[in-house]
Design a protein around this ligand. Structure first.
Ligand SMILES: Cc1cc2nc3c(=O)[nH]c(=O)nc-3n(C[C@H](O)[C@H](O)[C@H](O)COP(=O)(O)O)c2cc1C
Length: 160
């Protein structure tokens, strides 16, 4: 069984979670990098929020991984303005795959991630979503995050 963990992370929280999930699943890792990102200052909320609300396209760096080669694909995104990030949306839209088991996770500061995960699920119709996970500030709440990740990974493994 081959597993790929795909994620975008602007400030490290999603990366922190993705690396733990990948390690537990023995997965390959694809870190999405976008050429157009918000500035790394207080304007990030304005720019990032605007980009998701307007549905702006993310220009992803090229990558070699082919989702078609994997049985299980785990996708992680930060929550921006209540939604998935442009980078993860772009990946789902422009690198479509079908017939896979999928795990979805999102990292937010305090907000509700379920609607964003539902949206991501709808972009991936044709696949079976085996588990979802919403994390709050994983870098800050590392112990709680580790427990949640264990549950998520176990759910994924049970679905295989
Ligand atoms: C542009 C932008 C918009 C955000 N919008 C939300 C939001 O709507 N709700 C929320 O709870 N957190 C929001 N956050 C916080 C991030 O979702 C949270 O810090 C997440 O853990 C960041 O993941 P990362 O460190 O992998 O980038 C936002 C952060 C940014 C930069």
């Amino acid at each position: 069984m081959k597993t790929l963990v795909v994620y975008y992370s602007f400030e490290g929280n999603t990366q922190f979670a993705a690396e733990q999930i990948a390690q537990k699943l023995g997965a390959d890792v694809l870190k999405l990098k976008a050429e157009n990102e918000p500035p790394r200052n207080f304007l990030k909320f304005l720019a990032g929020g605007k980009s998701v609300i307007r549905g702006e396209k993310a220009y992803l760096d090229r990558f070699d991984e082919d989702p078609a080669e994997y049985d299980l694909i785990v996708i992680g995104t930060p929550i921006w303005a209540g939604r998935i990030t442009p980078a993860v949306r772009e990946f789902a839209l422009e690198h479509p795959f079908e017939g896979k088991k999928v795990g979805l996770f999102a990292c937010s500061a305090s907000g509700e991630a379920a609607p964003a995960l539902d949206n991501l699920r709808s972009l991936l119709s044709g696949n079976e979503v085996a588990a979802t996970l919403s994390l709050r500030n994983p870098l800050k709440y590392a112990n709680k995050t580790a427990i949640q990740i264990d549950q998520f990974v176990n759910e994924l493994l049970r679905a295989l």
